[in-house]
Design a protein around this ligand. Structure first.
Ligand code: ADP
Ligand code: MG
Length: 400
């Protein structure tokens, strides 16, 4: 990563007495009563804040988006107030929430941490309005990009501010995420196995195409598998499938085959006649799926076969997407077997994706995965081989 790193500035003593602005990703789910339902992203943002405090920052200004507010229309439901409360508990010091902050009409006490209200309420944020970015870039001496979850978007606080900031650098979470994902996509240890599963080929086509050029084994699952099965001429009944993308699935298969790499297809699957948690689940040979059945999971023989490949992998494994409808216990076994194999894998293991993280939680293997990305879209875009806007601007600013 070519960016200037905040940790290095701290180590050089360059943060002492400076005002530090941190763009974090504090977009957390809220419970019915408005409290923070899951504080993972707040916890993940603490190292940058602590680093600023330990570096002797004069003040630490933190902002984030939350939800999808309308610009120029602040509403109570979009307030970062619950985030400020939780952050204060976790940091063990007060965190004051500041509204109407763009023009710096607020004061800070020495060493104070303030949370600047939802940045997506500012007019011009989404479209990266240069004037807004320039105004914000006057608020501090050092600007830290630590919002990996929004690093794939070029908005005023995720991009524009870093063009105009006196000093622009990457925060510890951003660095950690990018380095973990680059380890797998740029110069991976071998063998490299990717699991790309979940609901649709259409949402992950670029990921499949990019990984097909790199991985030794590409395991497809979920609705994505159904489209690959259709491409291989197998019956899929009334499964979730995208007939329009059969050609693309074939192209991915061929690209892999041309490299001598493999896309293993299952010998057995789990089917049901209805999409319901209590629908009777039947294990069948893949060739025997009937017209009125839908494939809701991979079968036990296939799950065991791929699990053994993963358990023997000393290179790296990247996982995005559940192999079946894991939310229903009767169709969760394939994903569970995969999760256990990833937990046991001797190589480097990397996982990301909203439902993938839910599956990791469900099967309790979080501690045994080497790296779990906090970014959904940003994680997928890196797997697609794209350079994230955040990385592009920070690399450019590192040459100043
Ligand atoms: P992620 O959020 O990890 O990127 P996706 O959103 O692509 O994953 O896919 C997850 C969803 O795919 C889950 O809700 C799961 O129930 C669904 N799914 C998995 N397998 C199937 C299948 N065979 N048929 C229908 N839906 C499936
Ligand atoms: Mg999802």
């Amino acid at each position: 990563m070519k960016a200037k790193k905040f940790a290095e500035l701290v180590a050089q003593g360059a943060v002492q007495g400076k005002r530090v602005f941190i763009r974090a990703d504090l977009n957390v789910p809220l419970a019915e009563n408005g409290s923070v339902a899951d504080d993972t992203r707040i916890r993940a943002s603490l190292p940058a804040i602590r680093m600023a405090l330990e570096g002797g920052a004069a003040a630490v200004l933190v902002t984030s988006h939350l939800g999808r507010p309308k610009e120029g229309e602040p509403q109570a439901k979009d307030s970062l107030a619950p985030v400020a409360a939780r952050m204060a508990e976790l940091l063990g010091r007060p965190v004051r929430l500041v509204t109407d902050w763009v023009d710096g009409q607020f004061t800070t006490a020495p060493g104070e941490v303030v949370l600047l209200e939802n940045c997506r309420v500012n007019v011009g944020e989404k479209k990266n309005n240069p004037e807004l970015a320039q105004r914000i870039a006057k608020l501090a001496d050092i600007f830290v990009h630590d919002a990996f979850g929004t690093a794939h978007r070029a908005e005023a606080t995720t991009y524009g501010v870093f063009e105009y900031a006196p000093i622009a650098c990457a925060g510890p979470l951003l660095v950690q995420e990018v380095e973990a994902i680059e380890k797998v996509v740029a110069n991976p240890p071998r063998p490299l196995i990717a699991i790309v599963a979940g609901s649709k080929v259409s949402t992950k086509l670029t990921v499949l195409q990019n990984l097909a050029e790199k991985v030794d084994t590409l395991i497809v699952g979920g609705g994505i598998l159904n489209t690959f099965l259709m491409a291989a001429g197998k019956p899929v009944g009334k499964s979730l499938v995208e007939p329009d993308l059969v050609g693309e699935a074939k192209a991915v298969q061929e690209k892999m085959a041309a490299r001598g790499a493999d896309v293993p297809l299952p010998e057995d699957v789990v089917v049901a006649s209805e999409f319901r948690a209590d629908a009777p689940a039947t294990v069948k040979p893949t060739d025997a799926v009937a017209a009125d059945e839908m494939i809701l999971d991979v079968g036990p023989q296939f799950a065991e076969r791929i699990a053994q490949t993963i358990e023997a992998c000393t290179g790296a494994v990247v996982w995005n997407g559940p192999l079946g409808v894991f939310e229903f216990d009767a169709f969760a076994k394939g994903t569970e077997r995969l999760a256990r194999a990833i937990a046991a894998c001797p190589g480097f293991t990397l996982a990301g994706g909203g439902d993938t993280i839910a599956a990791i939680e469900k099967f309790g293997i979080a501690d045994q995965v080497d790296y779990i990305s906090t970014g959904g879209g940003a994680f997928l875009e890196m797997l697609e081989g794209k350079v994230l806007p955040a990385i592009e601007i920070l690399a450019k600013r590192a040459e100043d």
